[in-house]
Every structure is written in structure tokens, then in C-alpha cells.
Design a protein around this ligand. Structure first.
Ligand code: ZN
Ligand code: ZN
Length: 359
């Protein structure tokens, strides 16, 4: 099948789909998948949890008051779990990769089951203005959650996604979709309730697949959201690559010290990385995630993509311990790279009010 978006002058475009900039992704072969599963079984992976995954009751009073605050909104990120984060910035409520289902799999009677409940239920969410969808893997693009959001009171959110997803949404009657190529910008227009917010799709080292025959057909990526009160980076699903220094260079002019510095918060994945020989070209480990923190030049990060679905060999509670070791090696701490409880709200220092306070 042809890639209808194919442009021969774009390095990551292929006639039949897309590819990474720095390291081409090769679909794993059956014998590699069997070798991984066999070795994991022999080694007794994944191990049981040593620590319970921290879960707190969401601060619904804050979240809902903030959702209505318009331009006085306090920039904040609430971790719903796994890759799903409620972002409140610039007067808008955004949701990254909404996954509220029990399992991240084509059917709900098999596949990885949730180990922690969503920090907020779909019913507890405020009205969502925008969904940022990173790619079509089942632990990121959850049909039931997207359908529920499309029917929320007040209407379907705007769905921003990489190229190659429009037809999937159209088949489900969802048309409020904007597809972006890497580095394409979509501007959320200013109203009296919200700021003007440019959103750019950024590259990632990953891949896509929904069925046995559609690998690499649709694009994947992350998002750079620049609201006057908060510049936020959402990495999506990614391995380590030079893409992150490219991202820093791309936004350098918006991130000078006079302009308020780098991203105020980065949502960076820290889980689903063992064994390395199998996962290294698709998922970062915590050490690489800390390197991305430095590469993009963010002020603070929030750990995501862990603690919910057992997708790989490391224990579900191992990523924060590995992160602590990686942070200590760089003289950093969890004050820099926040590990939140499921359901917790992380408040972000407002960027514009900081700047206004400059002498
Ligand atoms: Zn993925
Ligand atoms: Zn994932």
C-alpha cells in the first residue's frame, strides 16, 4: 500500500510509510521474539514488585477549578498513569495519549492488564480541549478511550496526531483531527479564555503498527507545546537518538535566557526497556532518558511510561530505582526529574509570570 503523504525530499518518508532519521527500525523477526520470551521465562522475568506503585487520590477540586480559570490557569500536569497526562496550560486542558482501558491490546480479554487504576477516570476529567496522540501502538492509542472522549459533553476534543491516522478516526466518525508531519506546527488560536499556543510535532526514534501488516505505515513522534505560561515537551515513545539535540536546536530561538529558557517541563518515558538487545532501538532506559533531559535542555522532567502495564522484562517498579542511580551519577535528583504518584498533580512555575518578574 502506498503512503499518500510520501514526499521524496523528506528523509523520513518512504513510498510505503515512514522511517527514523538516525537508525532505521527493522521489525523484529519471529525467532528474535521467541528468543526474548524464552530467555525471559528462563530468567524468571518479570520479577514481582518490591515497592507498591504509588497512587494518590486526585485533587479534583484543584483540577476542576483550574480547568475553568482561563488565562489565570496554573500550569499543571496530572499523571493519569502510563503515558496519559492531563496538561493544564494557557487556559486549555490537554490530554496526552489517553489510555483508560483495562488492557492495552486489540481485545479486552487478553494482553497486558493494568496494574494501577487510572489516576482520574474518564468521568472525572474536565472538558478536554486537545488530545496529543503520539502514535498508534495499543498502549498509546486506545480506541475505547478516544471514542469516549469524542462523545464528551461539550463536543469532541481536537486531536493532534502524526501523519497517517486520519482514516482510522474517520472510520469511527471522528473528524476533528489535524495530522502533522515532523516539524509541522499547528497553532491553537487565542481566545478570551486561552492563549495562542503553537504545537509542533517532533521526531522520535520509534515505529508504528496496529496490525500484523501495517508496520511503519503511520508516523510517530512527540510534541513541543509552547504556551506563554509553559513550554512543554512530550517525548511520546522513543529510543535514544540524536533527534533530541535536533529538537533543542529547532527551538533554540524561543528558548534563549531572555525568552525564559528551555522547556519548563518534559514528559519523558522511563519504562519498558529490558532486555536491551531487543528494546534499545524503540524504548529508552532511565539513563538514556536523563540524557534526553540534557539534550533538549529542559528545566524539569516528569517520569511517564512506567508503573501501569507490564510490557517488558524489568519489574514494574524498577524504572524509578534505575532512574535514581542515573540521576545520582549526573549529580541530579528527583527535584529535577520528578517521579509522581499515579493521580498526583505536579504544578509548574508559570513561565510568563517569571519573566514579568525579571528586573
Ligand atoms: Zn510505541
Ligand atoms: Zn509505549
Amino acid at each position: 500500500m502506498k503512503n499518500p503523504h510520501f514526499k521524496p525530499d523528506r528523509q523520513h518518508h518512504r513510498p510505503g510509510g515512514f522511517q527514523n532519521t538516525y537508525q532505521s527500525f527493522q521489525g523484529k523477526r519471529w525467532h528474535e521474539i521467541l528468543r526474548w520470551r524464552w530467555q525471559a521465562w528462563r530468567a524468571g522475568h518479570p520479577r514481582p514488585l518490591q515497592d507498591a506503585i504509588p497512587v494518590v487520590a486526585p485533587d479534583l477540586a484543584f483540577i476542576h477549578a483550574n480547568a475553568q480559570a482561563g488565562l489565570a490557569m496554573q500550569p499543571a500536569a496530572t499523571w493519569v498513569g502510563h503515558i496519559t497526562v492531563l496538561l493544564q496550560l494557557g487556559g486549555l486542558n490537554l490530554l496526552t495519549d489517553p489510555v483508560f482501558s483495562e488492557r492495552c491490546f486489540p481485545v479486552q480479554w487478553a494482553g497486558p492488564k493494568r496494574q494501577t487504576p487510572p489516576g482520574l477516570t474518564l468521568q472525572q476529567l474536565p472538558h478536554i480541549d486537545v488530545v496529543l496522540l503520539s502514535h498508534n501502538h495499543y498502549d498509546h492509542m486506545d480506541e475505547a478511550s478516544l471514542l469516549a472522549l469524542s462523545r464528551q459533553a461539550g463536543g469532541c476534543p481536537l486531536i493532534l496526531c502524526p501523519l497517517g491516522h486520519r482514516a482510522w478516526f474517520a472510520r469511527r466518525g471522528i473528524h476533528k483531527v489535524v495530522e502533522l508531519d515532523w516539524w509541522d506546527e499547528h497553532v491553537l488560536a487565542a481566545t478570551e479564555r486561552n492563549a495562542r499556543i503553537p504545537v509542533t510535532l517532533t521526531p522520535a526514534q520509534h515505529w508504528s503498527a496496529r496490525t500484523a501488516t501495517d508496520a511503519l505505515r503511520s508516523l510517530w513522534g512527540g510534541f513541543a507545546v509552547r504556551s506563554p505560561d509553559c513550554h512543554l515537551f512530550f517525548a511520546g515513545d522513543t529510543a535514544y537518538s540524536k533527534d533530541f539535540t535536533d529538537i533543542r536546536h529547532h527551538f533554540a530561538r524561543e528558548h534563549t535566557p531572555e525568552a525564559g529558557g528551555g522547556f519548563d517541563l518534559a514528559l519523558l518515558p522511563i519504562g519498558a526497556y529490558e532486555p536491551r538487545w531487543f528494546m534499545k532501538d524503540q524504548h529508552v532506559n532511565p539513563e538514556e532518558s536523563v540524557q534526553i533531559f540534557h539534550d533538549i535542555g529542559c528545566k524539569q522532567a516528569l517520569a511517564v511510561h512506567w508503573g501501569c502495564f507490564q510490557l517488558t522484562d524489568e519489574a514494574l517498579d524498577e524504572p524509578p530505582r534505575a532512574l535514581d542511580r542515573a540521576l545520582a551519577a549526573r549529580g541530579m535528583s528527583r527535584a529535577d526529574f520528578v517521579v509522581a504518584a499515579v493521580g498526583a498533580t505536579h504544578r509548574i512555575r508559570p513561565r510568563d509570570r517569571l519573566q514579568a518578574a525579571r528586573p
